[in-house]
Design a binder for this molecule. Structure first.
Ligand code: GLN
Length: 292
């Protein structure tokens, strides 16, 4: 029996606040970082309320019926299953996306990439390609932000990921998007004004050192050879055939990869090469332009 649930059921009715405190401690003991926020979100999910509403309901008692599914959620989280899979959703650039084991869990730094693109007033792309779209967060956010004049194509090698991205498009009511199964650019036709890609970039050798939550992301979405750059090398070589004049390419990469990626872009004929830092100061987002 779980320690938290035992003390809970032994001592009669508990309030939402008691549950929040007890669940937080329980998660902390199991090495979950940011345990209180995790517990808040699990409670909101089961009580179908916002975080603000949760605060106003602190004194409300929880019935055993409400606690049963919550204990199950806690157990899963305590064993390392990511919060996003338990909730089934993730907020990305102010929209809610479905998230499950079919694709990489969207990461907060990837929102920074979307923000950089959307805020760049010089950039007015019409034909946009998201390569390795996963759950669709980048392509669909851009489709929503750029509006109906932009046409977005989302490609992924994984049919599972594409199915999830399509579900997200229909949940969000996004129409200016098409989906294509493709190993990088192999099935892609035509030229684009903007190509964006958050490809797998984690070095195989890092596998054993990663947080246990990463075991729930598909391997296909994370790893890319010994130094993490296998796919990015092929992708950059393929790019020039698919870029309109003055097109932009924007990537997400891992720590210590930017020097090599910048060299690859230079060899492929790109100009204006620069890598923007993420909020933690890691050189994360290479940008480059291409003149045909
Ligand atoms: N940023 C992810 C991580 O390190 C990796 C995502 C990717 O490979 N594109 O957890």
């Amino acid at each position: 029996m779980l320690v938290w649930s035992k003390s809970f059921s032994d001592s009669g009715m508990k309030t939402i606040l008691d549950t929040l405190n007890g669940g937080t401690q329980w998660l902390e003991k199991r090495g979950v970082s940011d345990a209180r926020r995790n517990m808040q979100l699990l409670l909101c999910h089961r009580l179908d309320c916002t975080k603000i509403q949760l605060y106003t309901r602190f004194d409300e008692p929880l019935t055993e019926e409400m606690l049963v599914p919550l204990r199950d959620d806690l157990k899963r989280r305590g064993e390392g299953e990511p919060l996003q899979h338990i909730l089934g959703t993730v907020e990305f650039y102010r929209r809610d996306f479905k998230s499950d084991s079919r694709a990489l869990i969207p990461r907060p730094e990837t929102e920074e990439l979307v923000e950089m693109l959307v805020k760049d007033k010089e950039l007015k792309p019409t034909r946009i390609l998201d390569v390795g779209c996963g759950s669709g967060v980048i392509g669909l956010s851009l489709a929503a932000e750029y509006g109906e004049d932009a046409e977005i194509t989302c490609v992924d090698i994984s049919e599972d990921a594409l199915a999830l991205a399509k579900e997200n498009a229909s949940l969000l009511g996004i129409k200016n998007v098409t989906f294509l199964q493709s190993n990088l650019l192999s099935n892609v036709e035509g030229g684009f004004d903007l190509i964006v890609a958050n490809l797998p970039y984690v070095p195989e050798v890092d596998r054993s050192t990663l947080a246990r939550e990463l075991a729930y992301d598909p391997d296909l979405a994370l790893y890319s050879g010994k130094d993490g750059l296998d796919l990015i090398r092929i992708f950059i070589q393929q790019l020039p055939n698919h870029l309109n004049n003055n097109a932009t390419v924007a990537l997400e990469i891992g720590i210590h990869q930017h020097t090599e990626v910048e060299q690859l872009l230079a060899h492929a004929g790109f100009s204006g090469i620069r890598t923007e830092n993420d909020l933690s100061g890691i050189a994360r987002f290479p940008f480059a332009t291409y003149s045909a």
